[in-house]
Ligand binder design. Structure first.
Ligand SMILES: Cc1cc2nc3c(=O)[nH]c(=O)nc-3n(C[C@H](O)[C@H](O)[C@H](O)COP(=O)(O)OP(=O)(O)OC[C@H]3O[C@@H](n4cnc5c(N)ncnc54)[C@H](O)[C@@H]3O)c2cc1C
Length: 490
C-alpha cells in the first residue's frame, strides 16, 4: 500500500506497531522491505520525498565540503522514491574475498563477516539488479602474471531504478505500507538509552510530528545521511545515537577515480577490461585494492554501456605507427587499439575523513553536514602503483604501451580535474566485531542499541574498489533474513 504522509490520519499510526520500520527507499531500503515482507513481516516504509524529484526535498541534502574537491552534497544523491538509484550508472561488482580481510598496511581494516556470508545472496542480487551471467574477460593480457588479474564489470541493464521497478509490487503489498513525504527527524529511546521506542517524522505542509512504533528500526538513508540522522538524534542522548565512542561519521570512504593515461594495445579492445592486483601483490607493495579500466572512456560513460565496445573495422596499420601517432597526439587510424586507462581504487581508513555536523540547520531544525574528504599517502601510493604496474606489465610483455599521466608518474597531488569521487559514500557507520572499532555489529545492529539497524554502504568496514550497490543489495537481503529471525517469524 502507498500512502502520502501529508494526508495522514490518527488511525494510521495510533496503536499500530510494525514489525520493522524501514526508513529510505533507495536500493538498501526497498530491498530490505521486500525481503521482510517475503518473510511475512509487517513493514512501515518511510520515504522523505515523493514519486518525483522535488526541490523542497532535495534542498534538505545541502551541506558543505572540505578537503579534496567534491560534488555539491545536494547533487551527489537524490532524495525521492528510489533514492540515488534514480541516477546510478548500473556498474556492479561484488567485493573480492581479500577485501574482507585485515591488512597490516591499512590499520583497523577487516570485516566481521566474509565474502562467504554474502554469497548466498548473489543470485537474488543479480535478479534485482537485472544482471547478465558472469563471463570471462577476453584474453588480451598475459594470463599467468603474479601481479595483476583481469576482471570484468557487469552492468544493470535495463538499469534498476528501485522506485520504478518495484512501485507496483509495493502498492499491491499487504505487508508493506509505504509512506511518501515522511522525513525522519528524530529517534526516541527508552530511559536506559538501550532501545529505540519510536521514530518521529515530519511532512512538508504540516507542522505536527507523527510517531511510528516498531519492534525494530532500520535506517537506509544513504552513506551521508545515516550518520547525520544518528548525530542529530540528541534529544535524549547528547552525543547522538550509537556515538558513545565518537565514531559515527568517521572513516568516510570514497573510490578515488582518476584518468591514468592513454594506451595502445597490439590486440583490439572488444570489452572493457579491469586490471586488479593479486592479494600477494597488495601485501608486498603495501597498496590497497584497485581496478585499472582499459578501453574507451567516452563509450563506457555512455548510458547503455554493457561492457562491450562498438565493433571497429580491422586495423591495417602496424603497432609502431599507432604508437607514434598517439605520442604525437595525432588522430588514430585504429580506434579499437588505442584508448584510455582509468583507475578507481580503495581508500585507506582515516578517522579524519568524516561527516560532521555544522551549526547550520535545515527547515526541520536538523543540523546540516560537512563532508571532509582527504587522500592519504597510502591512497596516493596505490594510485601511482596501479598506473605504473599496468604500464610496466604492458611494456614488459610487449602487449601494448601506457603513457602514464604526468601527475601520477611524477607523484604530484592531483587537481580537481585529475581526480574525483565516484558518488560512493561509505564507511561512516562502519561494521566491526567490537564496539571500540565501529558503529554496527556483524548483523548491522548499532552496537549500543537493541533494535536499531543500519543498511547501505555506510556500514562498509573497507571499500575494496568495486562500486558499492551490489554489496548494499546483498547486505540488505542478509539483514532481512536476520531481522525475520529476531522478530520471531523467520
Ligand atoms: C551519478 C551517480 C552514479 C552512480 N553510479 C553507480 C554505479 O554505477 N554503481 C554503483 O554501485 N553505485 C553507483 N552510485 C551509487 C549508488 O547510487 C548508491 O550506492 C545507492 O543508491 C545507495 O543506496 P542506498 O539505498 O543506501 O541510499 P540512497 O539511494 O541514497 O537512498 C536513500 C533514501 O533515503 C531517503 N531519505 C534520506 N533522508 C531521509 C529522511 N530523513 N527521512 C526519510 N527518508 C530519507 C532518500 O530520499 C532516499 O530514498 C552512483 C551514484 C550517483 C550519484
Amino acid at each position: 500500500m502507498i500512502l502520502d504522509a501529508e494526508a495522514r490520519e490518527e488511525s494510521w499510526f495510533g496503536d499500530r506497531v510494525f514489525d520493522v520500520c524501514v526508513v529510505g527507499t533507495g536500493p538498501a531500503g526497498v530491498t530490505l522491505a521486500r525481503r521482510l515482507a517475503a518473510k511475512g513481516l509487517s513493514v512501515g516504509l518511510f520515504e522523505a520525498g515523493g514519486e518525483a524529484p522535488d526541490p523542497e526535498s532535495q534542498a534538505l541534502y545541502e551541506g558543505a565540503t572540505a578537503g579534496q574537491p567534491y560534488y555539491p552534497l545536494d547533487a551527489t544523491r537524490l532524495r525521492y522514491f528510489g533514492g540515488s538509484s534514480n541516477h546510478w550508472g548500473g556498474w556492479t561488482r561484488p567485493l573480492d574475498e581479500y577485501d574482507f580481510a585485515p591488512k597490516a598496511h591499512n590499520p583497523l581494516s577487516g570485516w566481521p563477516i566474509g565474502k562467504g556470508d554474502l554469497r548466498p545472496y548473489a543470485a537474488e542480487a543479480d535478479e534485482i539488479l537485472n544482471l547478465p551471467a558472469d563471463r570471462q574477460p577476453p584474453d588480451i593480457l598475459p594470463k599467468d602474471h603474479a601481479t595483476l588479474v583481469p576482471r570484468l564489470f557487469r552492468f544493470s541493464r535495463p538499469v534498476t531504478r528501485f522506485g520504478e521497478k518495484y512501485r507496483a509490487e509495493l502498492a499491491a503489498s499487504e505487508r508493506i505500507r509505504l509512506h511518501f513525504n515522511a522525513n525522519l527527524v528524530d529517534l526516541r529511546v527508552n530511559d536506559a538509552a538501550s532501545a529505540v521506542t519510536e521514530a518521529l517524522f515530519r511532512s512538508y505542509k504540516r507542522n505536527d510530528l507523527f510517531a511510528v512504533r516498531a519492534r525494530a528500526y532500520a535506517l537506509c538513508l544513504g552513506g551521508l545521511e545515516n550518520p547525520r540522522a544518528l548525530l542529530n538524534a540528541t534529544s535524549q542522548v547528547g552525543k547522538g545515537l550509537g556515538n558513545e565512542r565518537d565514531l559515527v561519521g568517521r572513516y568516510f570512504l570514497e573510490h578515488p577515480h582518476a584518468p591514468a593515461g592513454r594506451i595502445v594495445l597490439r590486440q583490439p579492445m572488444t570489452w572493457m577490461i579491469v586490471c586488479s592486483p593479486t592479494p600477494d601483490f597488495m601485501d608486498r607493495e603495501k597498496v590497497l585494492n584497485f581496478g585499472v579500466r582499459l578501453g574507451h572512456f567516452d563509450e563506457w560513460n555512455g548510458g547503455d554501456f554493457t561492457g562491450a565496445f562498438a565493433p571497429q573495422p580491422e586495423c591495417r596499420t602496424d603497432f609502431d605507427r599507432l604508437l607514434a601517432a598517439e605520442m604525437k597526439g595525432a588522430p588514430t587510424a585504429c580506434p579499437a587499439h588505442v584508448g584510455d586507462a582509468f583507475i578507481a581504487c580503495e581508500q585507506s581508513l582515516s578517522p579524519d575523513n568524516r561527516v560532521r555536523l555544522t551549526g547550520e540547520r535545515d527547515r526541520f531544525g536538523l543540523r546540516r553536514i560537512e563532508l571532509d574528504w582527504r587522500l592519504s599517502e597510502t591512497d596516493m601510493h596505490t594510485l601511482r602503483t596501479a598506473a605504473m604496474t599496468v604500464g610496466g606489465l604492458l611494456a614488459e610483455r610487449d602487449v601494448g604501451r601506457l603513457k602514464v599521466a604526468d601527475w601520477l608518474a611524477e607523484g604530484q597531488a592531483p587537481t580537481a580535474d585529475q581526480l574525483w569521487g565516484g558518488n560512493h559514500h561509505m564507511g561512516t557507520t562502519r561494521m566491526s566485531a567490537d564496539a571500540s572499532a565501529g558503529v554496527v555489529d556483524a548483523n548491522l545492529k548499532v552496537h549500543s542499541l537493541a533494535n536499531l539497524y543500519v543498511g547501505g554502504s555506510s556500514v562498509f568496514a573497507t571499500s575494496g574498489h568495486a562500486n558499492p550497490t551490489y554489496t548494499i543489495v546483498q547486505l540488505s537481503l542478509r539483514l532481512g533474513d536476520h531481522l525475520a529471525g529476531v522478530v520471531g517469524r523467520g
